[in-house]
Design a binder for this molecule. Structure first.
Ligand code: FEO
Length: 395
């Protein structure tokens, strides 16, 4: 059975909800599934499809187009070459041999590089270029680095709809076409922002500026619900991508035999007692998407690690490498943990975060199980973090 949903008489959602997908990019957990939003635009003199869907859901998209009796597409807009949106383009290009595929120059290059479509099928559009569908106009806005270099947004001024591809989206499978439960959508969108957009905060701010003078009432991303009250997500993105940090301490840790855990327990209580908000993550169990989301606002990150094979525990290094890649606006970093007979645990962790513009605070490393002097050092670290947060006027 097909599921098509009318947004306006000329704009129809024809995408696919992926309720069961649990992993993206062989990296990102999807606890709530996702959706691949695809939109059909019917103008008086032409029909366009904005984005395809993941190759695994192409039968859904094709079923939806068939249910609407779409025999001809004039344009297939490829806003972004990543396979969750463009994996099915080759199939669409065959089914609609007269359709012109529209993409940015970079997107065209990537579609060809990933063998998704042949070069001669793609029309390259520049920033602000328009295509007329008669009584409807598609205006393309180049928006590189959200999170690939190829993305375009599509503005449909006659309907006051802005299609934003990954930007402002969320990995959330839901029957709601629009963001109804804003708290739930906000959490999914924040997690998505952390995993996908956070490394490109400066570009995100530029794109927010770029679209601020456009007149749209509806934002239609390519994942998750649409926003009929756009300010809700635009304000959230402004806050997340700003330089403002909060009085928060994030503590991912791994403990082999309990010594590092004893330090974590003590340190978490010490921070809470000083009025610092804390979230701790046991790296042996944690969902890395939750950790990424927690890093969006936090002023301070402390990584806890046991020492193993003369270095940091691989799970602690994984958290450090991931944080380095995500480039949160964190201002202060430290390391706590324990060792038995030596090693370079702190040096290894510090060496894996060159992208972070942070001040490194004195680490606390105990020999074996922590002693009174180690707990005192943890108190001093908590004092130092509080002092730094006070300097920033967030505590
Ligand atoms: Fe949803 Fe970057 O693809």
């Amino acid at each position: 059975m097909a599921l098509v949903r009318e947004i306006t008489p000329s704009v129809i959602w024809v995408g696919a909800i992926d309720w069961d997908r649990r992993l993206f990019d062989a990296l990102i957990p999807l606890p709530n599934g996702t959706s691949y939003n695809s939109y059909l635009i019917r103008g008086s003199q032409g029909t366009a499809l904005i984005d395809a869907v993941d190759i695994t859901k192409m039968d859904v998209l094709i079923g939806n187009l068939n249910a609407l009796g779409i025999k001809k597409l004039d344009y297939i807009i490829s806003q972004h070459a990543e396979q969750d949106h463009s994996g099915g383009i080759q199939k669409l290009a065959k089914l609609y041999p007269k359709a012109t595929i529209v993409a940015s120059g970079k997107c065209k290059e990537l579609l060809v590089a990933f063998n998704l479509v042949s070069e001669d099928r793609v029309m390259e559009v520049v920033d602000s270029q328009k295509i007329s569908l008669g009584d409807k106009t598609l205006e393309f806005i180049h928006a590189p680095w959200v999170h690939w270099p190829d993305t375009i947004f599509t503005n449909l001024p006659e309907e006051k709809i802005l299609f934003t591809c990954d930007f402002l989206g969320s990995h959330l499978a839901t029957s709601d076409l629009y963001a109804m439960d804003e708290a739930t959508v906000c959490e999914s969108a924040k997690r998505y922002y952390a995993e996908i957009m956070m490394p490109f905060r400066q570009n995100i701010r530029k794109h927010l500026d770029r679209i601020k003078d456009l007149r749209f009432d509806l934002i239609a991303p390519s994942h998750g619900p649409l926003y009929s009250h756009p300010n809700f997500i635009l304000e959230a993105y402004r806050d997340w991508s700003s330089e403002n940090v909060k009085n928060q301490l994030i503590l991912p840790y791994v403990s082999m035999h309990g010594a590092t855990k004893a330090m974590v327990d003590y340190f978490v209580d010490a921070a809470i007692a000083r009025g610092i908000s804390v979230r701790q993550f046991d790296l042996a169990r944690t969902d890395i998407g939750e950790l990424a989301e927690a890093l969006v606002d936090a002023a301070t990150l402390v990584i806890g690690s046991s020492t193993v094979l003369a270095g940091a525990h691989p799970l602690a290094l994984y958290a450090a490498i991931l944080t380095n890649a995500l480039r949160p606006k964190t201002k202060f970093v430290s390391v706590i943990g324990s060792y038995g007979w030596g090693g370079k645990m702190v040096e290894q962790i510090a060496g894996t975060i060159p992208n972070l513009k942070v001040q490194l605070l004195n680490p606390v490393v105990a020999k074996g199980y922590p002693k009174a002097s180690d707990f005192q050092a943890l108190d001093r670290l908590a004092d130092e973090i509080l002092a730094m947060h006070k300097e920033l006027k967030i505590a």
